[in-house]
Design a protein around this ligand. Structure first.
Ligand SMILES: [Mg+2]
Length: 429
C-alpha cells in the first residue's frame, strides 16, 4: 500500500447563500469555500473543505506543494509543514476574522484553518485505503448519530433587487412571528429540537421577544441566543435576567474574556463562546476566570479533527462543556464534524450547522438530518463522494467572479441595500 501524497488539488468554489443577517451585515449571495483533494500514489482521493477566501487559498497553495510526498498517515508531519509555510503578515495584522465573527485573527489561526482541510482529506484517504470510517481512525464512535440544533437567522426574503443571487423558499424573518415560522419550517423539515437564534441584529428587546416567542412555540426546548459580542456587560446581564428561564446558554453576549468573566460572575445563565476561546492559548485565562461554561469548537480554525478531540479533553478537565460552532459550510465539513463529534464522549449540547441553508453542495448525495440528527457514516473515510460536475459548476462561478465575492464581506453585502452602512462598533447596545 503506497500512502504517499502524489498530488493535491485545490478547488475554490462560490456557493449560494441566503440573505442571513448578523451584527456585521448580511451574508453575500455567494460565499467562497475551498475544496482540498489529496491523491495518493495508489490513486485514492481524500477530500477536505475549509474557508475559501483569498488569504486561505494563498496559504493552501504552498502547503499543497510542501506536503506532496508525505504519507496521508503522517498527520503530525502535515502540521509541521503548515508551521513552515509563511503567512503574509498584511493578511492578518489588524484584520478581524470573517467580519469579526469568530474572534481575533492571527497567522497561527489562519494556518490551522487551512491545514484542517488537509488533515480531513488525509484522514478520508487513509480511511478509504484501510476500509475504515474516519471515526474509527479517531478512536471509534461513542454514538451512532450526532444531534444538531436549528440555526435561526433574521433574514430578508431575498437579496437586494439587482444583485445576482439564487432564490430561496424560507421567506423573511424580521420579527418574532417570522422567527417562529422559520423555526417551525426547520423543525418540520429536519426534526431539530433545540434552537439557536443569531442575534445582534435588532435592539435586545426585540431579540428577547423573539426568543420568548420561540419558547412559547416550543415549550421546554433548549434555546440559545448569539449576538456575536454586540452587547455591553450590563445589557448582557439584563438579557440573561429576562431569558434565564428558557436559555440553555447565552453565546458571546459581550466581546472578550474580561467582559465574559464579569457577566459569568453575575449570572447563573451559562455562557458559550466561539469568539473569546478560539485557540489553545486563549484557554488558560478564560477557564481560570470562569468566563465560559461551553466552548463551541470548530474543526476548521481549531486545526482539524484531532485538535477538536484535544480541546474536548481540556474542556473535560476543567468541567467546561463542549459543542460545535458553524460557519457556512458544505457536506464535506458536515461529515467531518459528524465523525469527530461522534467520538467526543462529553458532548452534551446539540451542534450548530449552517447546512440547511446551503441548497448547493459538491457531493453526489447530501447528508440528511433525521430527528435533528445526522447518522454517523460507517463507510470508509468520510463516507461522502464528490460530484465532479457540481464541483466544476461551482468552481466556474468562482472563476467568473470579478473578485467581489471571493472574500466574504458581510458589511459590503449590506451596503447593497443600505449604502450608508458601516460595521457597527461594539458594544452596539
Ligand atoms: Mg457564535
Amino acid at each position: 500500500m503506497n500512502l504517499a501524497i502524489e498530488r493535491v488539488r485545490l478547488t475554490p468554489v462560490l456557493v449560494a447563500d441566503p440573505p442571513l443577517l448578523n451584527t456585521q451585515g448580511v451574508h453575500q449571495p455567494y460565499t467562497p469555500r475551498l475544496i482540498v483533494e489529496v491523491v495518493t500514489a495508489d490513486g485514492i482521493t481524500g477530500v477536505g473543505e475549509t474557508y475559501g477566501d483569498t488569504k486561505y487559498l494563498e496559504l493552501a497553495r504552498p502547503l499543497a506543494r510542501k506536503v506532496t510526498g508525505r504519507r496521508v498517515s503522517d498527520l503530525n508531519g502535515l502540521f509541521r509543514d503548515a508551521d513552515e509555510v509563511a503567512v503574509d503578515a498584511s493578511r492578518v495584522v489588524g484584520q478581524a476574522d470573517v467580519g469579526g465573527l469568530r474572534g481575533v485573527q492571527t497567522a497561527g489561526k489562519l494556518r490551522l484553518s487551512v491545514v484542517s482541510a488537509f488533515e480531513v482529506a488525509c484522514l478520508d484517504a487513509l480511511g478509504k485505503a484501510l476500509g475504515l470510517p474516519v471515526h474509527a481512525l479517531l478512536g471509534g464512535k461513542v454514538r451512532d448519530a450526532v444531534e444538531y440544533s436549528a440555526y435561526l437567522f433574521y433574514k430578508w426574503a431575498g437579496h437586494p433587487a439587482g444583485v445576482p443571487s439564487e432564490p430561496d423558499d424560507w421567506g423573511a424573518a424580521l420579527d418574532p412571528a417570522g422567527v417562529v415560522e422559520q423555526a417551525r419550517k426547520l423543525a418540520g423539515r429536519y426534526g431539530f429540537t433545540s434552537f439557536k437564534l443569531k442575534g445582534g441584529v435588532f435592539p435586545p428587546e426585540e431579540e428577547i421577544a423573539a426568543v420568548r416567542a420561540l419558547a412559547g412555540a416550543f415549550p421546554g426546548r433548549p434555546m440559545r441566543l448569539d449576538p456575536n459580542g454586540a452587547w455591553s456587560v450590563e445589557t448582557s446581564l439584563r438579557v440573561a435576567e429576562e431569558l434565564g428561564d428558557v436559555l440553555e446558554y447565552l453565546e458571546d453576549p459581550a466581546l472578550g474574556t474580561p467582559a465574559m468573566a464579569e457577566i459569568a460572575a453575575r449570572t447563573g445563565v451559562p455562557l458559550a463562546t466561539n469568539m473569546c476561546v478560539t485557540t489553545f492559548a486563549e484557554i488558560p485565562e478564560a477557564f481560570t476566570r470562569g468566563a465560559v461554561q461551553v466552548v463551541l469548537s470548530d474543526h476548521h480554525y481549531w486545526g482539524g479533527l484531532r485538535n477538536t478531540q484535544h480541546l474536548a479533553a481540556v474542556c473535560r478537565a476543567f468541567g467546561v462543556g463542549v459543542s460545535m460552532h458553524s460557519n457556512t459550510h458544505l457536506g464535506i465539513s458536515l461529515a467531518a464534524m459528524t465523525h469527530v463529534a461522534a467520538t467526543v464522549p462529553d458532548l452534551h449540547h446539540a451542534c450548530d450547522s449552517h447546512y440547511p441553508w446551503q441548497s448547493e453542495d459538491v457531493l453526489t448525495e447530501r447528508l440528511v438530518f433525521e430527528g435533528g440528527r445526522v447518522a454517523v457514516p460507517d463507510a470508509p473515510g468520510l463516507g461522502v463522494e464528490l460530484d465532479r460536475d457540481r464541483l466544476a459548476f461551482l468552481h466556474r462561478r468562482w472563476l467568473d467572479d470579478d473578485g467581489a465575492l471571493r472574500d466574504r464581506d458581510d458589511a459590503a453585502a449590506m451596503r447593497a441595500a443600505d449604502p450608508a452602512w458601516v460595521t457597527p462598533s461594539v458594544p452596539r447596545w
